[in-house]
Design a protein around this ligand. Sequence first.
Ligand code: ZN
Length: 275
Amino acid sequence: MKDLIRTSKRWVGMVIVLGLLVCHVAAESGNGTVAQPGAWCSQGQVYGLSSAQKEMLQTRLQRITGWTQLSFAENGKLEIGDLTAIEGGSLRARLSLLQALRSGKQFVIEDHSLSGAVNFGQLDEGTNYTDERIALHLEIYRVRLDFADFEKISATPEVKDSFDEGFTFLHELLHGLGLKDTHIPNEIGECETIINEMRAELGLPLRAQYLADLLHITPLIKTIRLRFREQSIDGRGLTRWKTRHLFFTPDFAFGQESQAFSPNANPTSSCLSLY
Ligand SMILES: [Zn+2]
């Protein structure tokens, strides 16, 4: 009889564990994304990334981190693979990405291309997700990327590499880890200070300002200019710094309404925050 009771208890225990596992697998944080820490591509109809966008982001992150096996799994999860499979890349980038992926938070990457509310990238304020059935508590952040904005950039290839989808994604992850931008002209801010360390390791131009300049080409047409510094060695072997510019012409520059720079944007200001 005792054996029977013990066996029954064991079965009940197994059923409960299996039930929890099933619940855990089924738990979703919205947009069809599994509710688990890490970085995930949204699986939703509205903001899901296309295969081309996933592949591009993967390529950018491989180049920046040097992790050759980094990829998005079938379910959208960003996986690094073998941590020691490295070719070049930035150590600072690897440390920052690893810190975000192991922070216990979830970052859901969304496609906001052609959005009037997002310029390049944006992190939402975060949501506390709770599933009492499985005692799951998760901080979820949406990383919104406007892939179309990167096609509106005019700059040298090196500056474009310094300001690509991969760096924008990492910048937003740093916000999720608590780092802040600056509102003071000529300061670079906490996120871009770290991103500049990554750029320096890769030999790329450094961002010289966080807040961009708004230039009035004509009374109706405006463009946004962002300054970079590029290191070079002159004929005498001395280090020289050259100024490089990135130009970006958003839709509002042609008089269209945009929420992208609100509420921080002041229409009369000559300084604008891009991401
Ligand atoms: Zn930012």
